[in-house]
Write a new protein. Structure first.
Length: 395
């Protein structure tokens, strides 16, 4: 990938990843949860998976010696507590990449909270909760920059030139935006919901990120970001690669459901949050939907709720769901639930203890954000200075 393309493919490329987009809108408290269905045969998605596998191999080869080559950015909306889906599909992976030496940025996307709702909610507490889970999971603020949109003006300013590079038709056909609009309870499409993929492009491009670990629902935004990078380079920078085109790194964690066998959702009470106690977790899993067949087997088609519990246990135990099923055997739903509860609670015990400790030190959490924001501001100001210079605005 050169980032120095001289032709603009705006019209032709617009349908690619979008057309194959999954029906899952990444929404509200559910955002960042795994949306990946591994059995799906869609060609675009399969191609994105293949590229992700190659990227993973390249990271293994080079990250230790050349960390900036794979600078990575990802993020979360501060709409509520993170749950085990976030942990298994994204948090663990972020820490893994950070520990391989990949230079990492994590945006707490506070301006994205108001794309599809009328109030900011418990913004301060939600932001603090995210930082607690990041730190407890092993995000190391000396190596990873954790920051909020609202504290980095130069990042937000990039949205202006970027908006000049997209058409309204392109924005209107973004499938993720359409899904979010459909789920927003009859609210009219706000200017921010329509344009937030461009704002997200600013998140990714301000730090020249090469890698963006995302769920499948975010692929259209990544395509939009790549188009913006290419068009910027072509139109405003005479083909020079001011912005490299970033790549998606897809999670290989399968789609996880809530404990009732339907999509995880805070409002349905079917989620296990990272901050829940062991007892709350046990109660939630005891109440989980299963079926009346005594012998436990892994059969996602015929027994989705049981398969989901086996998948959760397997991911925590780093074991296949089939082998968890074999172990439970004729023990029935009750034995299965005991295995799942133990797997979740034992795996998260350290995380939860660290989280509780950190929660007693709000000054530390505030300092992590302050320092992250300062670093993000430095990077964003440098990028904006370049953008202004290449656009002839360096007065
Ligand atoms: N839109 C993402 C979500 O809802 C959060 C996010 C904001 C993000 N900015 C980002 C993800 C940049 C990846 C890259 O989960």
């Amino acid at each position: 990938m050169t980032g120095t393309t001289t032709t603009d493919h705006a019209v032709h490329e617009a349908g690619s990843a979008q057309a194959e987009h999954a029906a899952h809108a990444d929404h509200g408290a559910d955002h960042g949860a795994p949306h990946v269905v591994n059995t799906d045969a869609s060609a675009t998605y399969a191609a994105a998976r293949d590229r992700s596998a190659i990227l993973d191999a390249l990271i293994d080869e080079h990250a230790g010696t050349d960390p900036t080559r794979f600078r990575m950015l990802t993020g979360d909306r501060p709409t509520g507590p993170l749950h085990i889906g976030h942990y298994l599909a994204s948090l663990r992976n972020r820490v893994r990449l950070q520990d391989k030496g990949v230079e990492t940025f994590v945006v707490i996307a506070d301006y994205q909270v108001i794309t599809d709702r009328d109030s900011v909610g418990e913004m301060g507490a939600n932001v603090q909760g995210l930082v607690l889970d990041y730190l407890a999971a092993g995000i190391d603020p000396t190596r990873t920059t954790v920051f909020t949109h609202s504290a980095v003006p130069a990042l937000n300013q990039l949205m202006l030139p970027f908006l000049s590079l997209v058409t309204d038709a392109e924005l209107r056909r973004n499938p993720t935006v359409k899904d979010e609009l459909a789920l927003s309870g009859g609210r009219p499409l706000s200017g921010l919901l329509l344009t937030y993929p461009v704002h997200q492009a600013a998140d990714i491009l301000f730090c020249h990120s090469r890698i963006v670990p995302v769920g499948r629902d975010q692929l259209p935004h990544l395509e939009q970001t790549r188009a913006i990078a290419r068009r910027f380079n072509t139109r405003y920078a005479a083909g020079h690669s001011v912005f490299p085109e970033p790549e998606a790194l897809l999670s290989d964690v399968p789609l996880l459901l809530g404990t009732d066998g339907t999509k995880m959702s805070k409002s349905k009470g079917n989620v296990i949050n990272l901050r829940d106690t062991a007892d709350e977790t046990g109660a939630r899993i005891r109440a989980a939907r299963t079926d009346s067949e005594r012998r436990i087997t892994f059969d996602p088609e015929a027994r989705p709720a049981v398969a989901n519990l086996l998948t959760i246990a397997g991911l925590f135990l780093e074991e296949s769901p089939e082998s968890v099923a074999d172990r439970v055997g004729d023990g029935g739903a009750r034995a299965l639930k005991e295995v799942v509860t133990e797997a979740v609670n034992e795996s998260l015990a350290g995380h939860r203890a660290r989280r509780a400790d950190l929660a007693r030190d709000p000054a530390h959490v505030a300092a992590v954000l302050r320092e992250g924001n300062a670093r993000a501001n430095e990077v964003a100001e440098r990028t904006l200075a370049t953008v202004r210079a290449v656009m002839g605005m360096g007065y």
